[in-house]
Write a protein that binds this ligand. Structure first.
Ligand code: XIL
Length: 762
């Protein structure tokens, strides 16, 4: 892409993905904040609140002590106002908290009955009616509840001693969750505590959770309050805790985050004997020094880097208070001027804010999604030879390949599209490796190039490129195709253009390219078959379709670049001016028409066949980038733009894919699904055989993924490859949409193809 075109686009990417975005927009989890209760009376706070946060927790007004200090005196005044305000601003409310399992936080009347301590029955009955009243009152208006707060012991014992444990042991915890669930079955229920990520307390928490789980208690998430102190953020313990909670399938909310810049730990040490001395500490009355702010920023960034790593576990991150001026740490545990949050007393972003947003933006949604797609592809689809498989399923054995089972084309087997997928994917992986510069990425690109080499090395037919190899690492179906051949060149070309291959590797690969290209030239650019079909061809490149013209030109040019042999450049120039048989237009003219030209041959390309145009679009983009003649370059650009426009509606269907879809992907059991077999003498026999399917066994998931994933992501790739065309925002949204771990078909690699075709976000 020339600079002039790239600049506005780069600017656009920056403003959409860059630092102009807010916490709420860049967080891969719910972005929350604890709010001083009278928020409804402080309109000056609203803009900051609503741009940065989506979830609000009332700081005090919903605590038992506020709602019902005495048995008679319910007081919903503040709480009602708070909830009404939040609902009116489209903010979700986290109720805090139903049971605060601490004597100084529980109104005294709960524990007393006449002059004596209340019995277990009386206490639990009170708890039940309290929870029913409060949760019931806000049913549907409060999305989540901290059901039990701070019940774990900081010392040896499992549970903190309180009127609750004295009367009801551990039962009050389980019952609190049950009562809350009964009162509002759709609310998320949380067990909340402080220091519960630390060694020791963590184990107690895990044990408690296990016991609760054994009782079937509806605990949906664990709250880590996250009241940290500068230079003492417990990253390691936190990571261990996140791993452990992920391991038991428990969601995490970071419920009350702040980083105190005036460490307070000693307040509780040595039998409280430092308190008088500490109460005088108030170093930052006139503002927080820049070096402290910088340190705080770094530590926040490190914390969010860690959270991001566990974003599959973390459901919400809530700060405790909106800005420094409102932080509870100005009063707790002694009075001082504190600076623990992301916004200063004027509500202006502090260095910590920029650091956190930057941390989240670097791996903003699309990049994170791409990492997941990438990991899944390599975990499940790239085989030991470096060839991408279609899906995970039983491999065809030598007999299957020889007889043509399920059919001689190999359609519907897991080794149907090796070079096609591997070649396109390698093109993207070379760009990934260029961006990251890491050895791992380069190794992966190398592996794929070896996969392509393998496909072109398993037959004695010159120029034969197998669709993939079966169980013995060599056997393959006799029929290849043009759809396998062109991406083979594409991948080889990308790899050889990069600085990854060694000199020796280069020699081997170039020799193979030369061999395949010269064979094709000898066949008139038709694609040779193997085995029982030796002498036959399947598909070619000299036809009149748009895809023929582009792919032929691209292969000639790529071969020129790979081999350095000038004859290919001459052939390329000549081919441009030629009219293919049955065509009124020259190839050059055909290139401008884009894939709509092919609609008369391949109907409904936009509905299901975009995937076979991704390689074509890649080739066209490559030609547009290297062609020096401005007139021809313009023709290529026009074709790219036509295709982008054509594919955009399909791309926009990504949202129709429901990640929770449960349909069955029976096609993975290809032997049962395509059980009918007969010997195939002709390619037409093979095609007919391929259509005989047991629909019941197949299920409908394949069609679901093909339509709403494969076609949409192929559309995304076509749009992205076009360069400066509308739709780039939709590409980012589409690649962020899918839960890649749940997809059965390898074609989600198109997400990576699309992503690495967009300009790099720095
Ligand atoms: C704090 C509030 O911020 C203060 O205003 C109040 O005086 C005491 O409680 N853990 C919790 C929160 O679960 O409810 C606490 O909030 C902070 C520690």
């Amino acid at each position: 892409m020339p600079r002039a075109l790239l600049l506005p686009f780069a600017f656009w990417v920056f403003t959409v993905i860059g630092s102009a975005q807010t916490l709420r927009q860049v967080s891969p989890w719910k972005s929350g904040v604890g709010l001083a209760d009278r928020i409804a009376d402080r309109p000056a706070d609203w803009p900051l609140l609503t741009t940065q946060f989506s979830h609000v927790t009332p700081e005090n007004c919903m605590k038992p002590d506020a709602l019902r200090r005495t048995e008679q005196a319910w007081n919903f005044n503040q709480a009602d106002k708070f909830v009404a305000f939040a609902n009116s601003k489209d903010l979700k409310v986290v109720g805090h908290c139903l049971v605060w399992a601490k004597d100084d936080r529980t109104p005294a009347w709960f524990y007393q009955d006449g002059g004596a301590p209340a019995s277990k029955e009386v206490l639990l009955a009170r708890m039940k009616s309290y929870i029913e009243t409060v949760v019931g009152r806000y049913k549907g208006k409060i999305a989540a509840w901290d059901v039990v707060n701070e019940a774990l012991n900081d010392g040896k014992a499992e549970l903190r001693e309180s009127g609750w444990t004295r009367a009801a042991g551990e039962d009050f915890i389980a019952l609190a969750f049950e009562y809350a669930h009964a009162a509002d079955p759709s609310a998320q229920l949380i067990y909340n505590d402080y220091n519960n990520e630390l060694d020791g307390k963590r184990e107690k928490m895990l044990a408690l959770l296990a016991r609760l789980k054994a009782r079937n208690s509806p605990v949906h998430a664990v709250g880590l309050q996250g009241h940290y102190e500068i230079d003492r953020v417990p990253y390691e313990a936190l990571e261990k805790t996140l791993i452990a909670l992920r391991g038991i399938g428990m969601k995490v909310v970071v419920s009350e985050l702040d980083i105190d810049v005036i460490p307070r730990g000693r307040w509780w040490a040595d039998g409280n004997k430092h308190r008088a001395e500490m109460a005088k500490i108030n170093p930052y009355v006139d503002g927080c020094p820049p070096e402290i702010l910088a340190r705080q920023a770094e530590q926040y960034a490190q914390l969010f880097r860690l959270f991001r790593k566990y974003d599959d576990v973390i459901d919400r991150v809530s700060f405790w208070n909106l800005h420094d001026g409102q932080s509870w740490l100005n009063d707790f545990p002694w009075k001082r001027v504190n600076h623990p949050l992301l916004f200063d007393r004027q509500g202006k972003p502090k260095p910590a804010y920029d650091a956190v947003v930057k941390e989240l933006v670097v791996k903003a949604e699309p990049a994170q999604a791409i990492e997941k797609a990438h990991a899944e592809t390599w975990k499940r689809f790239v085989d030991e030879h470096g060839i991408v498989r279609d899906y995970v399923g039983e491999l065809p054995n030598p007999e299957d390949c020889r007889l043509g089972k399920p059919n001689a084309i190999g359609w519907w087997s897991p080794i149907e599209n090796g070079p096609m997928f591997t070649g396109m994917y390698l093109n993207a992986m070379v760009e990934r490796a260029r961006r990251s510069g890491t050895a791992v990425d380069k190794e992966q690109a190398r592996k794929l190039s070896q996969g392509l080499l393998k496909c072109a090395s398993v037959s004695d037919v010159p120029g034969f490129v197998a669709r993939g190899v079966g169980s013995d690492g060599k056997c393959h179906y006799p029929l290849s195709s043009d759809d396998q051949m062109h991406p083979w060149f594409l991948g080889m070309h990308a790899y050889l253009q990069s600085d990854i291959p060694t000199t020796d590797e280069r020699k081997v690969l170039v020799a193979k390219v030369r061999e395949v290209a010269e064979s094709l030239e000898g066949y008139g650019w038709k694609v040779p078959c193997d085995g029982a079909f030796k002498g036959d061809f399947r598909g070619g490149f000299k036809g009149e379709h748009f895809r023929d013209a582009v792919r032929y030109l691209h292969m000639l040019y790529a071969t020129y670049e790979m081999t350095g042999d000038a004859v290919w450049l001459e052939r390329y120039r000549k081919a441009l001016a030629e009219k293919p048989a049955q065509s009124a237009e020259t190839r050059q003219e055909i290139c401008a028409l884009g894939c709509p030209r092919d609609l008369s041959f391949i109907p409904h390309i936009e509905k299901g066949q975009l995937w076979i145009y991704v390689g074509t679009q890649t080739g066209l983009a490559r030609l547009a980038a290297v062609e020096t003649d401005p007139a021809i370059r313009a023709v290529y650009r026009q074709g790219l733009a036509v295709n982008a426009q054509f594919a955009l509606p399909a791309l926009e269907t990504y949202a129709q894919f429901d990640n929770a879809d449960q349909k069955v992907y029976g096609h993975a059991r290809w032997r049962e699904v395509y059980a009918t077999w007969f010997p195939q003498k002709t390619q037409e026999d093979a095609r007919r055989l391929s259509e005989i399917i047991d629909k019941k066994k197949a299920g409908t998931r394949k069609y679901y993924e093909s339509t709403w994933m494969k076609n949409a992501l192929a559309g995304a790739a076509i749009v992205a490859l076009a360069g400066d065309q509308p739709g780039q925002a939709a590409v980012l949204k589409a690649v962020s949409h899918y839960d890649y771990a749940k997809l059965n078909m390898a074609e989600f690699f198109f997400a990576e193809v699309a992503y690495y075709a967009l300009p790099e976000v720095k």
